[in-house]
Design a protein around this ligand. Structure first.
Ligand code: AVI
Length: 320
């Protein structure tokens, strides 16, 4: 997998995740220290992300939900009935039912690398939609996935909500969209959430909430490094920063050293000057044109686009 991709867990004889250690050591060795954002999501980080979706400043989850709640009839008209909905990621308990209720699908196929989450999400959905065939597939969806034979003859609707695509640099995002196209085949459609470019202050507040939940989410990565990789990072000497990078149209999360620090991770030592940062996440934002360009580069043709009442978030329908 690439640095932002999904990988199976490969533990060494001490139970250390080899890929995590390799990414952290490589990332801390760069002139601009950087660690791939996927490592934010250990159990504590996943819970903190759930908490982020509830803070007042973090609008994307609420805005996307508003679109899914209000535009169901329009989705149904655009996609027709009987499609196999293929969700990339294990499905959120809130968003997925909104889509499935709206469109009269033929089947639901959640794809995820993490089998436990996948089975839990699939069981949840089966209980909510008793007549709907559900076929969970444990797979790395950054590559072409072989879908179950039961849905071979159904046209597919890919579903990728949450602006998760925005956490990838364009090169990786394009690769992922092309893999999705390969997985879903001809006649497929894709419904994808993309967060919109907006006022810098609104964006920075969404990623630096007053309660400090996003700060905890970010600094939890440093704690995770200390826990899992025998690290001595003095976390209390770092603070969270959310920065708008206008050139790349993205919010960046950084962990900023407040004073000169030295520490070790997995027996390697590192030092940072006061003000130096570890870059921990990108969250790209789009306008209508840039989202269309990304989709086209990913071998998808955009055909419809919806936004919430405040114009903060977009949900785009594209066809293969
Ligand atoms: C998961 N992803 C779409 C979130 C985002 O908005 O980029 C992750 C996140 N990072 C900080 N706050 C939320």
């Amino acid at each position: 997998a690439n640095s932002e991709g999904i990988q199976l867990v490969d533990l060494d004889e001490d139970g250390v995740d080899r890929a995590f250690r390799a990414d952290v050591l490589a990332g801390l060795g760069q002139p601009q220290k950087a660690i791939p954002a996927r490592w934010l999501y250990d159990d504590a980080g996943s819970q903190l992300f759930e908490d982020i979706t509830q803070v007042p400043e973090y609008y994307p989850t609420r805005s996307e939900k508003e679109i899914l709640e209000n535009r169901g009839q329009e989705f149904a008209d655009a996609v027709g009935s009987g499609r196999a909905v293929v969700e990339f990621g294990s499905g959120s308990s809130v968003k997925t039912p909104l889509l499935l209720e709206a469109i009269d699908p033929g089947a639901y196929v959640p794809l995820d690398i993490a089998g436990d989450f996948l089975r839990a999400a699939a069981a949840d959905l089966s209980a909510k939609f008793p007549g709907l065939p559900v076929y969970p597939v444990e797979a790395d969806f950054t590559k072409k996935v072989q879908l179950p034979a039961e849905v071979a003859d159904m046209p597919k609707l890919g579903f990728f909500p949450g602006s998760t695509i925005g956490n990838m640099v364009p090169r990786s995002a394009v690769d992922l969209l092309r893999s999705m196209r390969e997985t879903l085949g001809t006649d497929a459609m894709l419904l994808i959430g993309m967060d919109l470019i907006k006022d810098k202050d609104v964006l920075e507040a969404a990623y630096d909430d007053a309660r400090g939940v996003t700060a905890e989410f970010n600094l939890n990565l440093l704690r995770r490094i200390n826990r899992e990789l025998d690290g001595t990072i003095p976390v209390q000497k770092f603070h969270h920063e959310a920065r708008w990078n206008d050139t790349f149209a993205r919010i960046e999360m950084h962990a900023v050293a407040e004073e000169d620090v030295t520490f070790s991770v997995a027996d390697r030592s590192f030092s940072m000057r006061a003000g130096e940062t570890i870059h921990t996440e990108n969250s790209h934002k789009f306008d209508a044109r840039s989202s269309n360009t990304l989709l086209l580069a990913g071998h998808w043709t955009p055909i419809a686009r919806w936004t919430d009442a405040q114009g903060r978030f977009s949900v785009i329908l594209a066809e293969a």
